[in-house]
Ligand binder design. Sequence first.
Ligand code: GLP
Length: 276
Amino acid sequence: MEIIIQPDLHSGTELGARIMEALIRTKPNAVLGLATGSTPVALYCELIRMHREEGLDFSQLTTFNLDEYVGLSAKHPASYHRFMQENLLSHVNIRHDRIHIPDGMTEDIPTFCRDYEAAIVKAGGIDLQLLGIGHDGHIGFNEPSSSLGSRTRIKTLTENTVAANQRFFSSEEKVPLHVITMGVGTIMEARTCLLLAFGKGKAEAVAAMAEGPITAMCPASILQMHPHAILIVDEAAASQLKRADYYRHVYANKPPFQHREMQKPNFIASHSELTQ
Ligand code: GLP
């Protein structure tokens, strides 16, 4: 796993966006795996800016989202369909028929999940899967104890995840207990996994996933087995990493040809500015 420690959320986000940009420019018909949560919002904002100001073209891309709540329609304000439209998809020139997000209203979840897996295969597999991490080490909605070989399926959220995600719902509304999520095995088949984590609240999960044992109790730890996993963290999220100095040393001495994504000037506009 390549572990890159950046000073703060802005520089970490900028680097993550440049990695995605490099893929999109070299492979305009790439298949992207997208994530929700607060972590990727600034990165999506930067991709929107690149689309508007630097001609980043989304017209040939295909996307697959990690997960969705069961029982929420695409129009529900807290649905991941809505989140993706508001934070990225409605602001770029992506074709609607190439956007895939699990359908929380499907009447036949097992069939839907099998079809979702088949659609990923048909699209050629995911080139880059963007990920955040839950405080308990979950990726997508693969809670601790998820099979490390799991595929897209229904999952039951833990009380902690329900509590953490309550902020996206109005106060009296309940977070759904069930979700459809890509499996850990599905995520592991992406050619590149790019996980972002920022803030002190993620420090324990980051240390467990990167330096702890590979275990279903921390599903993100399976990324230690991925041939091309990149972890970008800020100083706060890196604060419990035992080998932080080594990761800094590796990154500082990275051969120049591996730094292609860093060659452009950096600027992140505010999200509200870009989504007006
Ligand atoms: C949810 C999402 C995950 C996300 C996690 C962390 O559980 N399903 O994909 O990584 O939240 O969210 P945040 O980035 O808001 O901390």
